[in-house]
Ligand binder design. Structure first.
Ligand code: HEC
Length: 137
């Protein structure tokens, strides 16, 4: 019976969509390898302004810790990704690829002590917009 198959598929789809829409940074949204790649991007492209381990430089703010997280509380990883894509590195925001931005974002999430998981963070902002930034679990 063909339509039973369809109903089943629709249900699975709806469940998947629901599970996705309620994801947060606590759900293991990047891998450790990705965060390591992001760390090398950061060493080259971000620490000169944002300070060692992105803990804050002379003019640029820390990208980890309570102050940073409260700026992004309730927004999504996609919003943060877009912010980086459009404005960072401040001296030339076009220099990095989407993949490098996603990797550096994975590193920033790891610095903020969110857990790594089994799949890499996507480089698509629509996908990243489904992951909420919640400072506390
Ligand atoms: C030339 C210096 C410079 C470089 C290089 C740079 N930034 Fe920035 N960044 C700044 C300054 C200054 C600010 C604060 C002013 C502003 O918001 O534009 C900032 C702000 C930010 C913010 C917003 C912080 C918040 O609390 O909302 C993020 C995120 C960010 N930078 C990420 C990055 C990343 C990731 C890199 C490396 C790919 C990077 N920046 C490289 C100077 C820099």
């Amino acid at each position: 019976m063909r339509c039973r198959g369809w109903i089943w598929a629709a249900l699975v789809c709806a469940a998947a969509a629901l599970a996705q829409s309620s994801r947060s940074v606590w759900d293991g949204t990047f891998t450790e390898d990705q965060a390591k790649r992001g760390e090398s991007v950061s060493e080259k492209e971000c620490v000169n302004c944002h300070g060692a381990a992105l803990s804050g430089g002379e003019e640029a703010p820390a990208l980890e810790g309570a102050g940073f997280l409260s700026n992004w509380n309730g927004l999504t990883v996609g919003d943060l990704f877009d912010r980086i894509r459009k404005s960072m590195p401040q001296d030339d925001p076009t220099r990095l690829t989407r993949q490098q931005d996603a990797d550096v974002l994975a590193y920033i999430l790891s610095l903020n002590r969110f857990p790594a998981g089994k799949t890499e963070l996507s480089a698509q902002s629509e996908v990243l917009k489904q992951i909420k930034i919640e400072p506390a679990k």
